[in-house]
Write a new protein. Sequence first.
Length: 273
Amino acid sequence: MNHISDLTPEGIQNADKDGDIPQPIQHGDCSPNCPDCGGIGYVRYEVPVEHPKFGKVERCRYAQSRSIAAYLRSGNLDPRIGLTADEIRNLNWNLVRKGVNQADQACATTRKAFEDGHGLVFLYGGFGQGKSLILKIAVATAVRAGKRAAYANLSSVLDNIRTAYDERENKMTELVRRMEWWSSLDVLAIDELDKVGQTDWAKERFFQLMDLLYQRAVRQEALTIVAANYQSTDELSGYLKSRIEDNRFACNGYLIHLKGADGRKSMPKNWKY
Ligand SMILES: Nc1ncnc2c1ncn2[C@@H]1O[C@H](COP(=O)(O)OP(=O)(O)O)[C@@H](O)[C@H]1O
Ligand SMILES: [Mg+2]
Ligand SMILES: [Zn+2]
């Protein structure tokens, strides 16, 4: 693996023409001693032409974790991400325990979708099934990997979009901008689908958003994970049921009914998540 400075003129010739001691040029934001990128923050791979990584430049994994760590330290977390800095740092797939309920199976399927990077996953069932936990883990893992991701209750998403409509002068532009923010993420986890607002406005916006997310999932561009306290998919409105039951998702087992025990009854007393 070479670093990108091999490709830049500065990487080859770095002497000052007045004969002063050459100053090393700070190429990137990684550590100058980084074994992967030498400081530049990006890497390219020595692979044959037919390899999928051929010709691609990627973010160095150390640079990526450095910038995430700096972002978390800065306290400038985008509140729309919907997780605390502690959750982003610590939530991971291994926190879902076997033998409590069916959350471990749901977690394995969600994780597979996450690793594929696209799809529409629907988790439904009663309280304490680990649905919210799985959604948050997916988003925390995505943020740590440098992806654009957010976790939110459906009502908060709709509130965020509605505020644009209530407050801003240029209402339509702001509305479009906010719809675009929620529908353009790499990973979006929408919780508490059952508590959707019943106004025509809320229903219409929700339909519009879900349709955009559905289309991106079909095009294999993004992952949406939805959770609801439902006992059956018949509780979904027709248009949503049809999209969620799309065979391209259902055949991967992305329609997940959790019918186990309430995990809240058996969580250890120091359990934070
Ligand atoms: N299998 C599990 N492993 C670890 N924690 C679990 C599990 N199931 C539930 N929990 C915990 O139980 C509590 C309730 O789970 P939650 O994800 O909020 O459930 P739901 O969203 O399905 O109502 C949370 O603190 C969660 O971390
Ligand atoms: Mg929940
Ligand atoms: Zn590096």
